[in-house]
Design a protein around this ligand. Structure first.
Ligand code: ATP
Length: 139
């Protein structure tokens, strides 16, 4: 039987994941990295990206996060995310609108949004769309 760890993903307003997992891939600020049971303790800053994990029944899951921190110990992973959604809970139409807004802002067609904010919005929207697509592709 595979060795399991407990994965917790918490957004400011709710718990998004709390379950035993076999492996997790995490979007670290310096790049994606994988975690298995027994990982050395670590605190890592995260960027907008996909948390991908395999549950105890060998099912793959995707969670979109918008940045945050991960606290890793040998048998537990705590992810504190700025925002987080399971792939199946993502509103694709809303993410597509957010992507279009971000593109307009970057083209200077919307006032009051600076390029740093627009780039961050673009990354959040693209990550959400990627999570929704990864899940529907069954990848
Ligand atoms: P929008 O412009 O559509 O509000 P945003 O990137 O500004 O997008 P956030 O500030 O990151 O949104 O998130 C606000 C809340 O809305 C969070 O609880 C987040 O999980 C949720 N959320 C944002 N976009 C989506 C989406 N496409 N599907 C599901 N939940 C979403």
């Amino acid at each position: 039987m595979a060795q399991e760890m407990q994965l917790s993903v918490v957004a400011p307003d709710r718990s998004v994941v709390d379950e035993p997992v076999q492996s997790v891939i995490i979007p670290g600020a310096a790049g994606y990295f994988g975690v298995l049971k027994g990982h050395v303790p670590l605190i890592a800053a995260l960027k907008a990206g996909l948390v991908e994990y395999i549950d105890s029944g060998n099912q793959r899951h995707y969670v979109s996060i918008s940045g945050g921190f991960a606290e890793i110990s040998p048998s537990k992973i705590n992810i504190l995310a700025d925002a987080a959604e399971r792939s199946q809970d993502i509103d694709v139409t809303r993410a597509e609108k957010a992507l279009e807004n971000a593109r307009k802002a970057l083209r200077g067609e919307i006032s009051g949004v600076n390029s740093v904010e627009a780039t961050a919005e673009l990354e959040r929207a693209m990550t959400r769309l990627k999570a929704a697509k990864s899940a529907s592709d069954g990848r």
